[in-house]
Design a protein around this ligand. Structure first.
Ligand SMILES: [Fe+2]
Length: 298
């Protein structure tokens, strides 16, 4: 059971994206697009119709990029899912989130994701769960929507419902409980759990919600968070919560802005998970094995 994951893809700067051919060569059983899959040119939309039109145009352009199109077509022909969520740049714009914004604006952005990638939905929401893999190495994939219900950090410090909102939190906790007998739990979050360097959008910036996330997953063997957003590959598990970050599939780095072609491959076996982070830069490359009976980063 092999899953590929990638995020942060800016067609405006990378008109040709051969990195998707590498992923297609791997013949993954699922492709996760972690967000910032497109980049709005205008971050200050206030008209839902104009926002929707720009998102629709950008999704169409990205889906027409030949290497990406070939990967999508290959996934489709093999009957393998493409699992997509948005982050800020494919939602309302740089660093924006739903809390405090016009509901119609948020719904317009969500509708365009649904139109572009047909994600599984929970009611009108784009958070979802599905079970993948073969007997003995099943993976429960839980996709969170960390943008629609997010609020200002200053309003979120003591809020256990921060990042997801009360309803999504309740759903998330039920989903984790319902998958207690599944070997692996892959939690997809567009933004990182840990605040690598000075990442403003990390869960860790909202301590009550971060603690709730850690409490939910740290004792759960086989659970990991996969996230994007930061234009680099990274990993961490100090609080007992294992996180693999893969970001910058077609993007420049935040620091020393060199081109990146980063993605991650997850190979879920009966005894262990093998993670391979790939990229052009040596510091983005890493391979490790997490045995189910000793669940931590090596
Ligand atoms: Fe982002």
């Amino acid at each position: 059971m092999k899953i590929a994951a990638a995020s942060c893809c800016k067609l405006q700067h990378f008109a040709s994206q051969p990195v998707w051919d590498e992923i297609r060569t791997e013949q993954p059983d699922a492709l996760i697009l972690l967000g910032d899959n497109i980049y709005l040119n205008h971050d200050f939309h206030s008209d839902p119709k104009k926002l929707a039109a720009e998102l629709r145009s950008l999704y169409a352009q990205q889906k027409a990029e030949p290497h990406f199109a070939a990967l999508l077509s290959d996934m489709d022909q093999r009957g393998k899912p493409v699992i997509a969520i948005y982050d800020d740049h494919d939602f309302l714009g740089n660093d924006r989130y739903g809390g405090g914004e016009d509901q119609a604006l948020c719904e317009a952005a969500r509708h365009e994701l649904v139109t572009a990638f047909s994600p599984l939905q929970t009611g009108d929401d784009v958070y979802s769960r599905r079970r993948l893999g073969s007997p003995g190495a099943e993976v429960e994939v839980i996709v969170l929507d960390a943008r629609f219900y997010r609020r200002k950090i200053t309003d979120s410090i003591f809020d256990r419902d921060a990042m997801l909102g009360a309803n999504q939190w309740a759903w998330f906790e039920q989903a984790v409980a319902a998958a207690k007998d599944v070997p692996y739990l892959l939690v997809v979050s567009s933004t990182t759990a840990y605040s690598y360097g000075l990442v403003e959008d990390a869960w860790e910036r909202c301590p009550a919600a971060f603690k709730r996330l850690c409490d939910l997953l740290r004792k759960r063997r086989g659970a990991l968070v996969v996230s994007g957003d930061i234009h680099g590959n990274d990993r961490y598990d100090e609080a007992g919560l294992v996180e693999i970050v893969t970001s910058g599939v077609a993007r420049r780095g935040l620091v020393f802005g060199k081109p990146r072609a980063n993605y991650a491959l997850f190979d879920f076996g009966p005894q262990s998970l093998r993670v391979e982070q790939r990229g052009l830069k040596s510091s983005d490359r890493w391979t490790g094995v997490l045995p189910l009976n000793h669940w931590q980063l090596p």
